[in-house]
Each structure stands twice: as C-alpha cells, then as structure tokens.
Write a protein that binds this ligand. Sequence first.
Ligand code: DX5
Ligand code: ZN
Length: 219
Amino acid sequence: MKRIAPSILSADFSKLGEEVREVEACGADLIHCDVMDGHFVPNITIGPMVIKALSKVTKLPLDVHLMIEKPERYIKEFIEAGSNMLTIHVEATTHLQRHIQHIKERGVKAGVSLNPSTPLEALNYILGEADFVLIMTVNPGFGGQKFLRSMLPKIKQLRKMINEKGLSAEIEVDGGIGVENIKDASQAGADIFVAGNAIFGSGDYRKTIKEMRKKIEDS
Ligand code: DX5
Ligand code: ZN
C-alpha cells in the first residue's frame, strides 16, 4: 500500500504535538522526522528526546530520517526513543551493512538513503537487506526545496532492480514532493511519499493529503 508521510520539518515547532495529531486526524500514514547534525547537512534539528515525546502523541509509525555523520553512534537511542522506521545514509557511515543488521535485529524497519548524486550501485550489496530505500529528491538539509526531476529515472531504475531481483524493499521519496509531482514519483515506482512544505505549508492539511492520495491512486 502506498503511504504519505508528512515531514514535521515544516510544522510549527511551537506546537509540534498538536501538529502531529492534526496530520494524523487528516489522513497521514506515517510521521517523517528529520534529524540533522550540522555536519552531514548544514542544518541542526531534533534528537531522540523529541522522538520520544512524539511517540506519546501519535499512533502512527515514526519514520526517522538520520541526516547525521556516523549514525551508528545514535541508533540505539533513536530506537529506544520509539522510532518505527530508521533510515541512515550510505554517505554517512563506513560499515553500512552492520548498522542495517543492528536496526533490524531490534525490530525496527531499516532504511538506506542515497543523496541525489549517489549512484544506485551503492545499493548493490545491501538492497536485499534493506526494508526500504529512501531516494533523496533534493539535496538534504532544508525543507521547501524544488523537486529534482532528474531523480525520476533513478527511481524507475531502482524499481526495476528491486523487481528483477524479486526483493520486497519499498521505495521512499523525500524532497520537494507535492500535489503537482507526486503522480510522477508514484508512476516511477515510489511507495512512500514524504512531504513537508506541501502539507504543513498548505492551509488545509486534510484537503492536501486527500489530493495527494487521489494522484497516487490515479497513477
Ligand atoms: C530534507 C528532508 C525532508 C524535508 C522535505 O533534507 O529530508 O524530509 O523535510 O521537505 P519538503 O517536502 O518541504 O521538500
Ligand atoms: Zn527526510
């Protein structure tokens, strides 16, 4: 089933709990939480304490996207905080396979993410172990950036790789996704759609999520 994951990066942080409850009530499937360390990406955002707090206000799975150097230093803490899905970047760590195994052993869905310029070949020996692959469709670090259409062939190619190998990994897309391009990403083969600005920047969360879902269903 295709799923929509509002990214709290564009939510009003002064009332984060309410914002999360609101998108849950308005039809979201997951809550996407962007963790940034000021090293892997220029920005700094939230840590495990906020994930723990959010796990108490929503029943939706928390989809935690680690944009941090050496994410292995914090995997345990993010899992204990209540992450249901945990993504690490191939560019941020040396022993990727070990850490993916670790996440899965703890009963959490493990995601592998690629920056826009990282080739799919980086997945060659890990694809069979990942629960999902997060394809960045902007350069990570900020919300509200423009969707890189050059990532559509990459998504298509990844869908082909997964299907040809008979694997079950899902494809998540993140960055610049909105009503105007979600259908293209879906047709290319994506399963999970992160959207920050498109949802939290819209006046009507329910209407926007509904419109996005309609585009996916039509694809
Ligand atoms: C970007 C983050 C995204 C971001 C997406 O570095 O990983 O999750 O919140 O925001 P939009 O949908 O506004 O591009
Ligand atoms: Zn993200």
